[in-house]
Design a protein around this ligand. Structure first.
Ligand code: NFA
Length: 103
């Protein structure tokens, strides 16, 4: 549609946009009880981080209270949050992750 705007009066969408899908951050939250090694394991297992990457992210979460484990489409991000929270609960640790829409 080289000569027409995709939006009509009042910004109503006239042409379906093949948009870049929104991306979502999976945020890891700090707590006082989950062992550091367990957090590193989670980052390696569910976010494909190297030992070095996982350690850096874990320490960041530990010091700042929260940190980004990865950025994904909504469907994948929701699955990661479920997997992390379930795995932590199974191991009786309070570790939690949440979703946040990317800016
Ligand atoms: N704060 C936890 C501890 O001192 C480690 C931790 C890091 C927990 C990142 C959760 C997330 N054992």
């Amino acid at each position: 549609y080289p000569f027409s705007s995709p939006e009509g009066e009042a910004g109503v969408q006239l042409v379906p946009k093949l948009d870049t899908p929104k991306m979502y951050k999976v945020i890891l939250l700090n707590d006082d009880y989950t062992p550091m090694d367990f957090v590193v394991l989670v980052l390696r297992r569910f976010f494909a981080k190297t030992e070095e990457q996982a350690t850096q992210i874990m320490l960041d979460v530990h010091k700042k209270g929260a940190g980004i484990a990865g950025v994904f489409s909504l469907e994948i991000a929701e699955m990661k949050v479920m997997q992390v929270n379930q795995f932590a609960q199974l191991n009786q640790y309070p570790l939690k992750s949440t979703l946040e829409e990317e800016a």
